[in-house]
Ligand binder design. Structure first.
Ligand code: CA
Ligand code: CA
Length: 203
């Protein structure tokens, strides 16, 4: 082991400008910035990462997260102890209330889907599944036709969706026109009136 005094000596030897004195600029106007050269770099401070997105703070019953594959801010909301789970229409409204263009989430690709599963951890049963922005208008063929994204545009879907309590999904067990995500990321259709956790996205 090296002695502490030896380490200190090495540090001092490597620091020629003690006591706060500034280095003398040997060549004025050479652009090294030491005496305010006109052609010195204007931004000598460390840059804040230009790809860092400042996301608005999450509402009290939501948790903010981001995904490496997306520039969006995500908010997974709904908590049993706060009694803040919502049915699908109320979830859509709560997402919009976050403001500045937030909406119930649209999934664009598998990377985003995987991130959501990892960060929001949807699970079954109803207490923990997560509503997102995929729904089936009334009057379309059951159970497969007409599914569309509520916000923005995306061609992403799951085929098959996954397996839920009733087996193959979407199942239209009763009247099921809203899509939720469950354990491992499988999608299933459920009654839009069911209260559940929900996912908002600020593009
Ligand atoms: Ca349906
Ligand atoms: Ca179903």
């Amino acid at each position: 082991m090296r002695a502490a005094s030896a380490v200190a000596a090495v540090v001092l030897a490597g620091c020629p400008f003690e006591h706060g004195e500034k280095p003398h600029d040997a060549v004025p106007g050479d652009g090294d910035g030491a005496d305010g050269d006109a052609n010195a770099p204007q931004d000598a401070k460390p840059d804040v990462a230009i790809d860092a997105r400042e996301c608005p703070a999450a509402p009290p019953d939501c948790t903010l997260f981001t995904c490496a594959s997306s520039t969006s801010c995500y908010y997974v909301c709904g908590d049993t102890t706060l009694n803040s789970k919502k049915n699908w229409p109320a979830a859509r409204s709560a997402c919009a209330a976050i403001g500045t263009g937030a909406c119930i989430a649209t999934i664009h690709d598998q990377a985003e889907q995987d991130c959501i599963v990892q960060k929001a951890m949807p699970s079954f049963p109803m207490a923990n599944w997560i509503w997102f922005g995929y729904r089936q208008p009334s009057g379309t063929g059951e159970p497969l036709d007409g599914w569309a994204w509520e916000c923005g545009t995306s061609t992403f879907t799951q085929a098959p969706w996954g397996s839920g309590a009733t087996g193959s999904e979407p199942s239209q067990t009763g009247e099921e026109d809203c899509a939720a995500m469950t354990t491992g990321g499988g999608w299933f259709d459920a009654s839009c009136n069911d209260p559940a956790r929900y996912l908002c996205e600020l593009p």
